[in-house]
Design a protein around this ligand. Structure first.
Ligand SMILES: [Zn+2]
Length: 142
């Protein structure tokens, strides 16, 4: 097997850097860290050096409640590459976090018939490598 075909069978993983290491460390503890601006109160996901609202550098990380609602969703039936072939079908979610930011994530499980707009979800971190946990969401209704 040559390098290219082996690589295509491995899922891409995030590569934490100086700006995002704290975020990935939070997920390993089961926390989704959001940046809160001390100057204007804006809350943002994902990590940046400055507030996207007022350009302040006075940002603090705080753990999100983990609660949100589904703004939109899509069920993926065709794998985007060989590495995802065993995962299909799976659902991609657009989540409105309780704190305000909107984020893309994925559904834990395959209860696609229960998916709907504006229904509650909660955070569940999934370990995908030694140093990487991903923020996913599960339905809170059954
Ligand atoms: Zn701000």
């Amino acid at each position: 097997m040559n390098k290219t075909s082996k690589d295509s069978l491995e899922k891409p993983l995030p590569t934490p850097d100086g700006d995002s290491q704290v975020f990935w460390d939070g997920l390993k503890k089961g926390e989704l860290l959001l940046q809160h601006c001390d100057d204007c109160g804006h809350v943002q996901y994902y990590q940046q050096r400055i507030c996207r609202q007022c350009q302040s550098v006075n940002l603090q990380h705080k753990a999100a409640s983990g609660r949100g609602t589904i703004h939109s969703f899509s069920v993926v039936y065709r794998a985007p590459g060989p590495a995802f072939k065993e995962d299909v079908p799976y659902a991609v979610l657009l989540i409105d976090l309780e704190e305000g930011p909107r984020m893309i994530s994925s559904l834990v499980g395959k209860d696609f018939n229960a998916l709907d707009f504006d229904i509650p979800v909660k955070l569940k971190t999934i370990r995908v490598a030694d140093e990487i946990c991903l923020p996913c969401f599960e339905l809170t209704i059954s």
